[in-house]
Design a protein around this ligand. Structure first.
Ligand SMILES: *[C@@H]1O[C@H](CO)[C@@H](O)[C@H](O)[C@H]1NC(C)=O
Length: 290
């Protein structure tokens, strides 16, 4: 969830499952990643995170959403998004110089935490935080409304979902993903990840999965930034093609659990699958370079 006014943040932070991509979406991305990492990567992150279970990535995937609401972690709130100042639905696009604010954004944060993880001068505790940030932001950057400035990334566009008042950002974070996976639990995430892993290995994504990795590299800070910027631009394009296809008036105060969700579903599935697969290969690249 991006950029709500303080009062709204307090209220929504108290609601389980109200945090971005919701926890379930992040856990799904993490489970998909754990299905594709190399054995060296698995060992590296199980050691770093002190967790030898199969949930070693999934169980930390939503941590950054609690950390941002603590006083120690409030500096990291802008790291969850990039405010693309484009004009959906007629023109989409991300411009790093224009859109990544002075306090940082999801693109600079992915670069920063990648550099920290690759730098042996940082402590294990700092490496652990960096890993948890990367696992989280690799998910958020695939959510189109985390790469959009308009109406606070859709947070201030009121909509109705299954009869409940909510906002456009929240339904992309949680309601639509949960309507696909069947719930908000870790078990829902795990089973959705299994479905999407099969789609990548032998199903509808098989022919395109390799192309998702184009440009993926951690070789230099500039390349880390370019990798993240490419992911952000791709997610942002869906704001024009799908999220706000008919403009704000087409969604504002409307019930979106029907036809709108049917149209959104393939984009949500693709973005979760893609970011999970990318996260696996990104973590592999970090371990290879560390
Ligand atoms: C990089 O991460 C560190 C550790 O969380 C943080 O203190 C610093 O502000 C970040 N720098 C940038 C440029 O985001």
């Amino acid at each position: 969830m991006a950029r709500l006014p303080a009062i709204a943040l307090l209220a929504s932070a108290a609601l389980p499952g109200a945090l971005a991509w919701g926890a379930m979406g992040h856990e799904t991305v993490a489970y998909i990643a754990s299905n594709f990492v190399s054995s060296a990567t698995k060992t590296y992150f199980q050691d770093l995170l002190g967790d030898t279970s199969a949930n070693y990535l999934a169980s930390v995937a939503a941590w950054a959403d609690s950390y941002r609401y603590t006083s120690a972690g409030s500096f990291s709130a802008p790291f969850h998004y990039i405010d693309a100042n484009d004009s959906p639905p007629s023109a989409c696009g991300v411009d790093y110089a224009r859109d990544c604010g002075a306090a940082g954004c999801i693109v600079s944060a992915l670069q920063n935490y990648t550099s920290i993880l690759l730098d042996g001068r940082y402590s294990a505790a700092n490496h652990q935080i960096a890993a948890k940030m990367i696992i989280h932001f690799a998910g958020d950057i695939g959510q189109p409304l985390h790469c959009e400035a308009l109406d606070v990334g859709g947070n201030s566009i009121d909509v109705v979902y299954d009869g409940e008042d909510t906002n456009l950002h929240a339904i992309w974070d949680s309601d639509i993903p949960e309507s696909i996976s069947g719930g908000s639990s870790l078990a829902s995430a795990k089973s959705w990840a299994t479905t999407l892993t099969t789609a990548i290995n032998s199903g509808e994504y098989k022919s395109q999965a390799a192309s998702w990795l184009t440009g993926l590299s951690v070789a230099t800070a500039a390349i880390q930034q370019a990798t993240a910027l490419k992911w952000a631009a791709e997610a942002n394009a869906y704001v024009c093609s799908t999220v706000l296809q008919g403009g704000v008036a087409a969604v504002e105060n409307k019930e979106l659990s029907g036809a709108y969700t049917t149209t959104a579903d393939p984009v949500v599935k693709l973005q979760i699958a893609k970011q999970g697969y990318r996260l696996a290969k990104y973590l592999d690249a970090i371990v290879a370079a560390a």
